[in-house]
Design a binder for this molecule. Structure first.
Ligand code: SAM
Ligand code: SF4
Length: 459
């Protein structure tokens, strides 16, 4: 799920979380798990935690205290991979002083270029792709002189029936489908995560009921092309209705939908089902038809704008965010101007923007890079500056309005303030100590705004 805010191209490749599993009793092997990349990777790490906890492993917060160190990786851009290689070198020093420690690499990078990876990091004990997590205890047990490697992709594995170790809070991210069949020319996801497959609807509903019973208020349905969901007779629109019927869940979101799969029935459910929140992260990638065709995105600018129009007229107050790539092969100054024009037209609430990174195995790989790094940087800065201005304007338009805010806890900054999200997924801070319970919904009147957040008072 995208946050509000604009310059997120770096934060997406930061290490985003650590393992949080039940504390082990004495003598059990201890695991440290570090996660890089998108929300799907965070959700996968929660699955890994569950698999290892059930196998008797405990968790620790520091690699120095671990018997097994695992890194769940992202391969979407070269920068993300370089960061992980750097981190692996740090951890190798640790392994040097304690050779019995096992060091493993999981996820998309494990799948992508595993041979060169093992050459670059020969100290790895374990390399496991995203479809092999049920086998992790066995792989950890097996690794010896040569690394234990399992990067087989599966056409069936959805981890249905395996409940992840969710992080405590008001919101739980529930994976409903895995893989991707779209093969956009720039993207490595179909190669590292495999073919599209959906979790059976009854498993999803059971999981959401269990989450409601544990006090979660908001569910975010996850998938690389989440709205391509289909399991038997149940399509995405039907699934939304089924999940919305679960008592106790107050808010439902999903990410990331693909524009080509945004069906009329799905829009109708969003418009008619009050639990489905008026916020959509709708990646566009480029505002130039020539580039969209080269990227093999499967829609035109006109088609995309038409979709935005239909969504906005069906769902009042809808907030929109997007993903943009600058400097894809062949992007001219005119193509880039067309992207800026589209952004001015749509006026997104926020945007995640990325410099194009050539990825091995993709359809665009052989084309190479035609835009220099400097020019990509310049285009990225221009785009971010424009989006920041638009985000600020849009947020200022909300001053004086009142929104229901689902309270998440103390604000990170600002003594004596709490924070929560509006239906549009905008962060609001407001005065309050711990007197307002997490998980309650308050009404906040907005009295100030930045491009990234709102502040208000309870009314
Ligand atoms: N499935 C989603 C969709 O198609 O809209 C996007 C999932 S992808 C993990 C997240 C974003 O990473 C993409 O929307 C795209 O903007 C960006 N991305 C993917 N491949 C990239 C590449 N080779 N270089 C730069 N950014 C890339
Ligand atoms: Fe990648 Fe395109 Fe699939 Fe999104 S839809 S994951 S960008 S191939």
């Amino acid at each position: 799920m995208a946050d509000t805010g604009v310059n997120k191209q770096q934060s997406r490749s930061e290490a985003v979380g650590r393992a949080k599993v039940a504390v082990a009793g004495g003598g059990r092997a201890r695991v440290y798990l570090e996660t890089y990349g998108c929300q799907m990777n965070i959700a996968d790490s929660q699955l890994v935690n569950a698999v290892l906890r059930r196998a008797g492993y405990g968790s620790v917060d520091k690699p120095e205290e671990a018997d097994v160190i695992l890194i769940n990786t992202c391969a979407i851009r070269e920068h993300a991979e370089e960061r992980v290689i750097g981190r692996l070198s740090d951890l190798a020093r640790l392994k040097h002083s304690r050779p019995e420690v096992k060091l493993g690499l999981l996820g998309c990078m494990a799948q992508h270029n595993r041979a060169s990876l093992i050459a670059k990091a020969p100290w790895l004990d374990l390399v496991a792709g995203p479809d092999t997590y049920r086998r992790l205890p066995e792989l950890i047990g097996r690794s010896g002189y040569d690394p234990a490697v399992d990067v087989r992709l599966s056409r069936e594995e959805t981890y249905a029936g395996l409940s992840p170790d969710y992080e405590a809070g008001v919101r739980a991210y529930v994976t409903i489908m895995r893989g991707c069949d779209k093969f956009c020319a720039f993207c490595v996801v179909p190669y590292v995560r495999g073919r599209e497959r959906s979790v059976p609807a009854e498993n999803i509903v059971r999981e959401v009921e269990a989450l409601a019973a544990r006090g979660f208020k908001e569910i975010v349905l996850l998938g690389q092309t989440v709205n391509a969901y289909r399991a038997g007779d149940v399509d995405f629109a039907a699934l939304l209705r089924n999940v919305a019927a679960v008592e106790g869940i107050e808010r439902i979101r999903f990410t990331s939908p693909h524009p080509s799969d945004m069906s009329t029935p799905a829009i109708e459910v969003m418009a008619s089902e009050p639990k489905i929140q008026p916020y959509l992260h709708l990646p566009v990638q480029s505002g130039s038809d020539r580039l969209l065709a080269a990227m093999e995105r499967g829609y035109t600018v006109r088609g995309y704008l038409d979709l935005v129009g239909r969504l906005r007229s069906a769902i009042p107050g809808l907030a929109l965010s997007t993903d943009i790539i600058v400097g894809f092969h062949g992007e001219t100054k005119n193509d880039f101007q067309a992207t800026l024009d589209l952004m001015r037209t749509v006026r997104y609430d926020s945007a995640f923007s990325f410099k194009y990174s050539v990825r091995e195995h993709t359809r665009a790989y052989r084309l190479g890079d035609s835009v220099s790094e400097e020019e990509k940087g310049r285009r990225l800065s221009e785009l971010i500056a424009m989006q920041e201005k638009i985000s600020l304007e849009r947020n200022r338009e909300l001053i004086g309005q009142t929104f229901p805010v689902l309270v998440e806890g103390p604000a990170r900054r600002g003594e004596g303030r709490m924070m929560g999200k509006t239906p549009q997924f905008k962060t609001v801070t407001f005065p309050g100590h711990d007197n307002i319970a997490t998980g309650t919904t308050i009404n906040a009147r907005i009295d100030a705004a930045t491009g990234h957040s709102l502040s208000g008072v309870t009314v």
